[in-house]
Design a protein around this ligand. Sequence first.
Ligand code: PEP
Length: 252
Amino acid sequence: MRKKIVAGNWKCNTTVSEGVALAKQVSDLVVSKGAKDVVVVLGTPFTHLTSVAAIIDKSRVSVAAQNCAAEPKGAFTGEVSVSMIQSTGATFIIIGHSERRDYYHETSEILNKKVALTLAQGLTPIYCCGEALAIREAGTENAFVQNQLEETIFNLSAEDFGKIVIAYEPIWAIGTGRTASSQQAQDMLAFIRGLIAKKYNQSIADNCSILYGGSCSPANANELFGQPDIDGGLIGGASLKADDFLAIINAY
Ligand code: PEP
């Protein structure tokens, strides 16, 4: 059965001590009041991973990096490899966030390598996809997202594909306060699941957790998560406030 997942993406926010305090607050809230059937993930900056992994209750909360190197090791100044991330205690890696694709020119080829390295090391990729506003307005969002999946993750073996998490994040909804309607999100997630069924098989499609991301908040999470194909959320802004994040976790 596919898992319900609520993953926070802190982006480039918080110092180490602020991040550790936030993670402790979230972990304590999840332990005392959080829905037990939801996998909770904290996507912190690289600098925070080890300290955050050390203070959370790992039976209820997991840690994610927000990126990784596209090479396993070597002369790549400033890069952080998957094995380094694994050595911190993190178990997920967010890959292909639109901010990385847009601001750091991460191509499908680069993302393809990152996904493969993450899986090879036994970590779980949270693979992000989603279209810009102009594409949505032109009505070509399905073809665009299909192309992203084909170029980046549809080359995986069925066994590896069964280990990934997908996050659909329309760029026009990220950090804008403009959420996709629950119908728009449901339609795209159902489309993605249908593509997975065609490419692999129905059982892999049915077991794949597909998340929605984009201005998800305590006010809209319940309606979004009530859709049959939405298995949770990738949460940016609201993951920086422990109470809001808990409310989203408990919105199922
Ligand atoms: C994100 O960056 O992944 C995201 C969904 O951000 P926000 O929730 O702030 O729109």
